[in-house]
Structure formats: structure tokens, C-alpha cells
Design a protein around this ligand. Sequence first.
Ligand SMILES: [Zn+2]
Length: 285
Amino acid sequence: MDMKKLPIAAAALLLASTPAFADWGELLNKASGAINTYGQQATDVVSEKTVDEERQIGSEWAATLLGAAPLWANDKAQRYVNDVGLWLALHSERPELAWRFGVLDSPNVNAFATPGGYVFVTRGLLARMRNEAELAGVLAHEIAHVVEKHHLDAVRKAQGIGLGAGLLKQFAIKDKGNATVNERLLGGVKEVMSRGLDKGDEYEADRMGVVIATRAGYDPYGLPAVLQTLQALNAQDSTLALMFATHPEPGARLDALEKAMGTTLEAYAAQPQLQARFQKTVGKP
Ligand SMILES: [Zn+2]
């Protein structure tokens, strides 16, 4: 990644040996108790050896998304969103994943992630954003879903697969030719795509997303700003239908974030929003 392209504050945070991060341990524990049990979860659900398989599930899932809406034919915007996403992912609890970020050519307002590190934002949502900190907030929310394996949990639940059963064994990735097995995965994916994740997982991703974006050097209020924009849109607008059907309403998410953030992150509010760079690359809202 080109350091010159990175936000100055972000690069400074990366280079300094981050004494300020001492506070983040506590903040992260508050933001997500699950992080403490991550090691245990990894053993129970997807052992580290099976990260490749997690990614295989994710890539099949991503392919179904791309079948519905291809990538936006705008190389500059794609590269930019991928750079911002990779920078954020480096500040997540799973920096080692082979993360990929892309913009879907859809007028709908939405963002998605799939297991293993695939993250997509729609052209429609990008068009509602004003600066890079807002983009970072949205991408970091999706990164949090991947870090916490929310989608894998949701597919398991949708297919009635217990924790002990082992999701990957059930989908028998090695027998990929077996249509029944693939249909089971696809069925779970479709259900999760139309119904969305648990509300609790969405709130958790909001809290973790704000933390990741802040660690990466951005103004922490990027995600809340996007939620405010969404709140102000007409809920009857058809481009919002899927997002509103699959997420708690923006007002409730803002309330929950406000409660969780309190004044903890105000000290970081002067971190950059990078409006000029965003609008030069993506366009003005
Ligand atoms: Zn979400």
C-alpha cells in the first residue's frame, strides 16, 4: 500500500508505537466481549487451519452477490475503496485475511460482507457519502461482521446446524461437486441475504466499526454521519428497501452507538474526514 495515499494521522498512528492504544484494549472489550473469546470461537467453529475454507464459502457467497449486481466499471473508485478497506482491515483483529473490497454497480443503498474477507458497498450508498471517514465507517462495520464471523453463525442458524456439528463439515467443501451440499449453503446464504443478521450482531458491528475506523486514524463520527444521512432519507424509497429490511432502523442504531460511545471518542474527533480526496475520486454527493 502506498503510504503517501494514507491519511497522515493514520500513517502516524501506524509508525508510532501507539501509546494511546493502551486505552483501546479496554474500549474494545467494552465494544465487543466476543473478542476475548475469539481464540475459543476459532477452535470451536472454524479452526485457523480452515480459514481457506471459510474464504471458499465466502467466495461462493460473493459470487452470488456479484451475479445480482456486477462490480462498478470505475477502476479509480474500485482501487480507492479497496485501499481504504485494506488500511482499515490492518487495524482489525484479523489483519491476516486476504481482504477484498469492491463497489457493486447498484443504485440501491447497501453494504455487504461475506465470510473470509469480501466486502462490498453499492454505488448507491457511495453516492450518499460526503467524505472518506464516512466510507471508512461503513467498511469498518462490514469488517467487524467478518471478524466476528456473524454470517457463518447466521447460515448455521438458518440451516439448523448446531455449534458442535461444524459448519464447514456440514457443507463438505471437499465435495464441492455435490449439488445437495452446495444447495444447503446457498439456501442458508439466500435466507441470510433476505432476512439479514441478528440485530445484536448489527449493533456490535456498529460499535466495533467505529473503533476500527478510529484506530485507523479517521474521525470516529463517520459511521454515525452515514446513519444520520440514512435516517433523513424517505424510508419508502425503493433503493432503501433491502437495507431497511435487513438492518435495525438508523435511528435505533444511532441511539445505541451514542450510548456505547459516550464521550470516549471525542478526543479523536479531530482526526481527518478527508473530504477532498473522497470527492475527487468518487464524486460529490
Ligand atoms: Zn451490518
